[in-house]
Design a protein around this ligand. Structure first.
Ligand code: ARG
Length: 430
């Protein structure tokens, strides 16, 4: 069957094709098709290459340093939460962002920060961290432009500070290295996401938005909030240990989902304020020491502790976060909730129709006198945070008490962290 078919086919071929093969040119349509095909492939290749190299932007990170001259030596510059450090860093950050925003690469500029100040004789070395986006083909060009802009910026001396342009160093660093730098600092976020800047009356948090927030679990069940203040320590409320203070009963987890627990840690020691008495609100603060260090990542790292002298003025915006009830006696969320609040002056909070003198100096009221937005049951021990003028987040309060949740004239009451700053230092060395 197969052989016959082959014979027939061979006959057809013999009939239609001359015995001698003369080189006949291909039909026109076929040439056109081939040319078209080749051109298409070429076009797509060039298009992709152009897109990849010129159109599509990548994010580049840089770290560098420069010298600030004539700064009277003060050890406090080294301390990341000191007013001296913050003041000088803010001036330098404003100088940098002004320079980049006025430059011809303002569209590539994303972020610039001072990450460390190192005093040296009568000078300070400022370590900087930069984030830019640029097409691959412009990578080298972008770096030299950045260097140039910084150099020009350092040449111009403002009223208060003199900077040395010759001291400028700049190098590209990997994304991993760049994020690691941010994650070891307190109160910062590795991603500067637009979705960020925005409990009862709250909304779900984004991943990595509140990386210091922890869930304190009793026998595996969420019980209280807590805030990570170093690799080994957290702060929380003392009343969270009312039932038992055996560390073996507690675990700590992170992330935005309360269950299943993410980055589960065990507790080595619970340090309750020695002048806290169950049933009373005074000194409602405790320290948790973990059995092992937490490895910092984008979505898990520490909040800044304010200095004892730092002031959080009434009216300032703060944020409370937690997995507490969505309303009094209401349901509990799976995703971390955030609620923007305002700081309320203690004398207003102590008014007759409010807490009638129950709020002490070591406490801080935050929320709204009209009610609605508030922390609630299960938020206790969690953070009330305040962003400073550089958008670095400080722990201003610890969720402690309130009459029910979100009631008019009954805002949340928090432990004032500044009042316990030296107590925290005495227990943790931080
Ligand atoms: N004590 C409560 C707890 O154990 C939280 C109190 C906060 N209440 C408030 N209305 N802000 O979780």
């Amino acid at each position: 069957m197969l052989a016959r078919w082959y014979d027939q086919l061979a006959g057809v071929v013999r009939q239609t094709r001359p015995v001698t093969f003369s080189r006949r040119s291909l039909p026109l349509w076929m040439i056109a098709l081939i040319v078209f095909g080749v051109l298409t492939i070429l076009g797509i290749t060039i298009g992709l290459l152009v897109h990849f190299l010129v159109v599509e932007s990548r994010i580049y990170y840089y770290s560098g340093s420069f010298k600030v001259l004539n700064i009277t030596y003060n050890k406090n510059y080294e301390k990341e939460t000191s007013p001296e450090n913050n003041h000088l860093s803010k001036i330098l950050e404003t100088k940098m962002s002004d320079a980049f925003e006025a430059s011809n690469i303002y569209r590539q500029y994303i972020n610039s920060q001072v990450i460390k100040l190192v005093p040296e004789n009568n000078n300070v070395i400022a370590h900087i961290w930069l984030m830019f986006k640029a097409p691959r083909a412009m990578k080298r060009n972008t770096k030299s432009k950045i260097e140039n802009i910084l150099y020009q910026m350092l040449r111009k001396n403002s009223d208060f500070i003199t900077t040395d342009p010759k001291s400028l160093t700049l190098m590209e660093i990997s994304k991993v290295a760049a994020e690691k730098i941010i994650n070891t600092l307190c109160g910062r976020r590795a991603r500067t996401s637009a979705t960020y800047d925005k409990v009862k009356g709250g909304s779900s948090a984004q991943e990595g938005e509140w990386p210091w927030q922890a869930s304190l679990k009793k026998n595996g069940k969420h019980y209280c909030g807590a805030s990570l203040i170093s690799e080994r320590y957290l702060v929380t409320a003392a009343h969270c240990f009312k039932m038992t203070k055996n560390p073996k009963n507690y675990t700590v987890s992170f992330g935005t989902r309360v269950s299943p627990p993410y980055m589960l840690h065990y507790v080595q020691e619970i340090i309750i304020h020695e002048n806290y008495f169950y049933g009373k609100h005074r000194n409602d603060i405790a320290i948790i020491k973990l059995t092992e260090k937490v490895s910092f990542k984008n979505d898990v790292h520490r909040v800044c502790l304010p200095e004892a002298t730092q002031i959080f003025p009434p009216g300032d915006g703060v944020v409370v976060t937690g997995w507490g009830a969505l309303s009094y006696n209401g349901e509990y969320p799976v995703l971390l909730q955030k609620a923007p609040l305002g700081i309320i002056a203690t004398n207003i909070c102590n008014a007759k129709e409010a807490y009638n003198g129950l709020v002490e100096d070591e406490m801080l009221c935050a929320g709204y006198l009209e009610g609605n937005i508030d922390a609630c049951q299960g938020d206790s021990g969690g953070p009330l945070v305040h962003p400073n003028n550089r958008n670095i987040w400080y722990l201003a309060g610890i969720v402690s008490w309130g009459l029910e949740c979100g009631k008019p004239n009954k805002p949340g009451v928090y432990m004032r962290v500044t009042s316990y700053r030296s107590w925290i230092a005495s227990k943790t060395g931080i």
